[in-house]
Design a protein around this ligand. Structure first.
Ligand code: NDP
Length: 271
């Protein structure tokens, strides 16, 4: 039997145990997947991780606020984790703690599954936090040209400078301040990766003239001012539930070596 945990603070809201249990049921696997609360300090986090793997645990997901701590703790990292500077998936590889970041690949996989073309597409990302950091390399690898809009411009500029070395030939990445004046013109895809709506704040969309073919809000399970705005323009609109499932699927597959067929997974009742 495989043992998994998700470590976070807070953690009671996490849907990961239900999602991974649904994956396991679709494959007839026996697993245990628990939520693990951890005090918000590095020493406690390190102790939880060490005890879990020392005790025979197979894999751990990491959520807020520990993704950067996990990154620093790992002895080996995937390319996505290296460029994201954050880890959401831990496992042992050759006895060493290995970290990956599956958030961005989960996003890209979801967009492609939904038929959204990324090769050569102009993609705007609102926000330059951890979720954007995880998404940039997978979006560039899928062939997108990126413009990152952030309230704090310096943060977006710092982020894009980290990706200079990874910019594929002929593709572009730019940073702009997030304001109605800058949000202008047409984008094939606009992604909301800010936490504005989770805290009841609004984005400067009403007075901007930006238009898009596809609008994607990484947030899920809540009403979205961002999606309402673009629905009114007849753009195709998606929330981040598919990204959540996608990142979980990629963690599960690495841990178990099995391949999850989402058409065989019962995800009803998870939200
Ligand atoms: P962070 O806290 O790392 O970053 C938050 C970002 O939001 C920053 O760029 C911040 O700008 C911006 N922001 C916050 N408030 C406002 C505002 N009022 N106006 C404009 N910009 C604002 O968060 P994450 O990157 O971790 O998460 C972002 C979103 O993505 C959340 O809604 C989260 O739930 C979702 N998410 C979804 C996942 C999924 O699987 N579907 C996975 C991961 C995240 P500034 O730099 O100026 O402070």
């Amino acid at each position: 039997m495989h043992h998994f945990i998700v470590i976070g603070n807070p953690i009671s809201h996490s849907k990961s145990p239900q999602i991974h249990t649904a994956f396991a049921q679709s494959l007839g696997l026996d697993i245990s997947y628990q939520r693990q609360f951890c005090p918000d300090n590095k020493e406690s986090f390190n102790a939880v991780v060490e005890a879990f793997f020392h005790g025979g645990g197979t894999g751990a997901n990491i959520t807020l606020p520990f993704k950067e701590h996990a990154f620093r703790l790992c002895q080996s990292l995937s390319d996505n984790a290296k460029t994201a500077k954050a880890v959401n998936t831990l496992m042992l590889k050759d006895g060493k703690l290995h970290g990956d970041n599956t958030d961005g690949q989960g996003l890209v996989g979801d967009l492609l599954t939904k038929g959204v073309k990324l090769q050569g597409a102009s993609v705007a990302i609102l926000g330059a936090g951890g979720a954007t950091r995880g998404a940039v390399l997978p979006l560039l690898n899928a062939g997108a040209n990126l413009t990152i809009f952030n309230r704090t411009l310096a943060k977006a500029q710092e982020l894009i400078s980290d990706f200079d070395a990874h910019l594929p030939h002929g593709q572009s990445i730019h940073a702009l301040p997030l304001s109605a004046e800058n949000l202008t013109g047409y984008f094939d895809v606009i992604i909301n990766a800010t936490s504005a709506s989770t805290t009841g704040q609004t984005l400067p969309l009403a007075t901007s003239d930006v238009v898009c073919g596809t609008a994607y809000d990484m947030m899920y399970g809540k009403q979205s001012q961002f999606l309402e705005h673009f629905k009114a323009q007849n753009a195709q609109c998606f929330d981040g539930f598919g990204m959540l499932i996608g990142q979980a699927k990629l963690s599960f597959e690495q841990w178990t070596g099995e391949s999850v067929d989402l058409s065989k997974v019962d995800l009803s009742g998870i939200l």
